[in-house]
Design a protein around this ligand. Structure first.
Ligand SMILES: O=C(O)CCC(=O)N[C@@H](CCC(=O)O)C(=O)O
Ligand SMILES: [Zn+2]
Length: 338
């Protein structure tokens, strides 16, 4: 997958730091970190690593990814400003850092993806997704991720920053793999609270996402973090990211935590609704807000002989989308546990 130039008509007034990150151009920030004595590398288009010269296992390894879906632009803007500020005082970087701009061509096109959803390809079995433009990109991201974490110490993070398609009763929420060990998971959820994330969904099983991959294969405290809604690059209201941006800045500078305003509500996954065939229909529309409650016995979706029904007294629907490819997740049902 090549790095296509941004369409300047999207927003000609795009600030330089944002344009550079969206175009996966790390030239200026890479130069600043390099001048400060860090080992800086660009292992593939859209990927920057900044490591301390000389291995230091006490140093956390933090991977921050954005733009895995090309139309989810708010986190690109937020991260651009965090990295821009940090690169101006580069010696304050207190972690080994990997910054990853996921689907560069989809960002340029202002689309979620070009051929297929990149965030379903971080698993060995790709089925019909093999051979797509995004499959090659996933391979490049996986190779860089393996390399980044291979000599890392025990403290490993992966924050994969997204935005949701539809409105949400929790505007900011996160999906956290259940397999993360207790202590790093507690620290991650604590950080998510500081970032003003209102809800955390515990996920027991991979659907091929990048953050689950990093947790499962590299022992990272990984999370997909949903920061508001999709928007046009350069036109996002950055005030909504103030707490998330400050929390990320503190993490990268090794600064002390601050108390979260409120701890996130915690949800268990009741079921991942998988689209099994073209006969799949959902009883909730794709415009249904995330965390909309449904009652026991309500039909969520039907797919031939398979009927997905609400089994708990109340379950909430997240990411309802009947338009995904066959074999992929068309929705997530969650129950509140904390
Ligand atoms: O709003 C939507 O329907 C999708 C937003 C989004 O991209 N969410 C991620 C969540 C990944 C995870 O479950 O960890 C995705 O679907 O890839
Ligand atoms: Zn996304």
């Amino acid at each position: 997958m090549s790095a296509a130039p941004m369409d300047e008509n999207v927003n000609p007034a795009l600030p330089e730091a944002v344009r550079a990150l969206a175009e996966a151009d790390f030239g200026t920030v890479a130069q600043r970190f390099s001048s400060a004595g860090f080992d800086v590398a660009l292992p593939a288009p859209g990927i920057l690593t900044v490591k301390s010269a000389g291995a230091d296992a006490a140093r956390p390894a933090v991977l921050v990814s954005v733009g895995v879906h090309g139309d989810e632009t708010g986190p690109i803007e937020m991260l651009a400003w965090v990295i821009e500020a940090l690169s101006r005082t580069p010696r304050e970087l207190a972690v080994d850092l990997m910054v990853c701009v996921g689907n560069i061509d989809a960002i340029a096109a202002g689309k979620r993806f070009i051929d297929a959803d990149l965030n379903r390809m971080f698993r060995p079995e790709r089925g019909a997704l093999a051979g797509t433009a995004e499959a090659a990109r996933a391979d490049a991201l996986i190779a860089a991720t393996v390399d980044f974490f291979k000599d890392a110490g025990p403290v490993r993070w992966h924050l994969d920053l997204h935005t949701a398609i539809r409105p949400s009763h929790y505007p900011m929420f996160a999906i956290v793999p259940e397999l993360i060990a207790d202590e790093p998971r507690r620290k991650l959820i604590d950080w998510l609270g500081q970032a003003a994330i209102g809800a955390v969904i515990m996920n027991p099983k991979s659907v091929g996402t990048y953050s689950y991959y990093s947790s499962e294969h590299h022992g990272a405290a990984g999370s997909t973090v949903e920061l508001g809604r999709v928007g046009t690059l350069g036109r996002n209201d950055l005030s909504q990211f103030a707490d998330a941006s400050a929390a990320l800045d503190r993490l990268l500078r090794g600064q002390p935590d601050v108390p979260a305003r409120t701890a996130p509500h915690v949800f268990a996954t009741a079921r991942q609704v998988i689209k099994l065939s073209d006969a799949f229909t959902m009883s909730v529309g794709r415009e249904t807000w995330n965390f909309t409650p449904m009652k026991k016995g309500d039909i969520i979706a039907t797919d031939g002989d398979t009927v997905y029904t609400v089994e708990h007294e109340e379950e909430m629907v997240v990411f309802p989308n009947p338009d995904v490819r066959v074999g992929l997740r068309a929705g997530l049902m969650v129950v509140r546990i904390g």
